[in-house]
Design a protein around this ligand. Sequence first.
Ligand SMILES: [Zn+2]
Length: 161
Amino acid sequence: MSGKRKDYISWDEYFMGVAMLSGRRSKDPSTQVGCCIVSPDNKILSMGYNGLPRGCSDDEFPWEREGDPLQTKYVYTVHSELNAILNYGGGSLEGAKLYVSLFPCNECAKAIIQSGIKEVIYDCDKYADTDSVLASKHMFDSAGVRYHQYHRTGRKIEIEL
Ligand SMILES: [Zn+2]
C-alpha cells in the first residue's frame, strides 16, 4: 500500500464528531447537546453533555419542559458547555476553542468568556431569535470571542459498539 488513505476525518469533523458523540450520553428526552473543548494546538481538553448535577438522580428530578418551574428540567440541568468547563481539571482554558452541537445560551456564554475560551464552533442555531442567544452573541462580540457555524460535510460515520 502506498499513498495516504482518503477516508480520514478532518480536525473539524473530529472535534464536532466528539461533541455530537458526547451529546449521546444525555438522558434529556428532547435535546441532546454535546460539547468538546480543544487547545490551540488541537488537543482535546474536555467534553460535556447536558445533564443533572452530580448526585441528582433522574428518579427524583423532572425532564419536563412545561408547567410549574420546579417541575421542569430548566432549573436543574447543567448544559454541556458548562459541564465541559467545570469538568476540566487541567488549569487554564485560555485561548481554547469550543465545539458544540447547539449555539450556547447566555449563561454558558458567560462561563465561556470567563474561562478564556476564544472561539466557538457551533452546529445548530435554532434558537437564534431568542433573547438568550441574542445576549450570547452580544457578549461574545464585546468580549472578542469569535464564533462561526460548523460546515457540515455530510460524512457519515458508523461505529459498532
Ligand atoms: Zn447553556
